[in-house]
Design a protein around this ligand. Structure first.
Ligand code: IMP
Ligand code: MG
Length: 187
């Protein structure tokens, strides 16, 4: 069997490409380099928010050249709808202590910010040395809470996006690019 570049044969006929694979790759490498420099003396634990952030994390950590650790949290804020409820539930918690450690939260997209605010407040009670945020996408036009984002891949418009980890009702996470879908395309 021969392994080579995979081409997305069926473009799913859903949405328009907002960010190509190449654009994402270049930006992720830049973010990884900045993170490597900023934390050179004291590598952080990257806390990934499942499931949307998992594709970004997988690429980001390979662009970082200091000995970081990773851990996961799964929270639920969306159900299967496309609107944030502001109600956040921890489905899966970290497997290690973050006390005295630098924490870098890795997110797919910050929308209203409710999910992230909840996570930050929760992690702060565990006394980390610092908490910073790295998000691939920032839909800042819809922000409802005040947040300081330290590393941002792309600022995106107020449209629903899928691919590269981001889902629509749990599907399309495996698209290699990020596509934007119009309201009337959402089933
Ligand atoms: P927030 O609490 O409104 O900031 O919602 C954040 C979470 O909702 C993100 O981490 C995503 O998992 C999900 N989300 C927000 N916008 C989108 C989108 O356009 N596509 C897919 N998931 C999204
Ligand atoms: Mg998320």
């Amino acid at each position: 069997m021969q392994f080579g570049p995979v081409h997305w044969r069926n473009p799913l006929e859903l949405g328009k490409i907002l960010l190509t694979e190449n654009q994402i790759r270049d930006r992720v490498v830049e973010l990884g380099q900045r993170i490597s420099e900023d934390y050179a003396g004291d590598p952080p634990i990257l806390v990934n928010v499942l499931k949307g952030g998992v594709v970004f994390l997988a690429d980001l950590i390979r662009a970082i050249d200091i000995p970081i650790r990773i851990d996961f949290m799964e929270v639920s804020s969306y159900g299967n709808a496309t609107e944030s409820t502001g109600v956040v539930r921890i489905l899966e918690d970290l497997s290690q202590s973050i006390e005295g450690q630098h924490v870098l939260i890795v997110e797919d997209i910050i929308d209203t910010g409710h999910t992230l605010k909840y996570i930050i407040e929760n992690l702060e009670t565990r006394h980390p040395k610092s908490i910073r945020i790295c998000t691939l996408l920032d839909r800042r036009g819809r922000r409802e809470v005040d947040l300081n984002l330290d590393y941002v891949g792309f600022v995106v418009p107020d449209k629903f996006v899928i691919g590269y980890g981001l889902d629509l009702a749990q599907r399309y996470r495996n698209l290699p690019h990020i596509a934007v879908i119009e309201d009337e395309e959402i089933p």
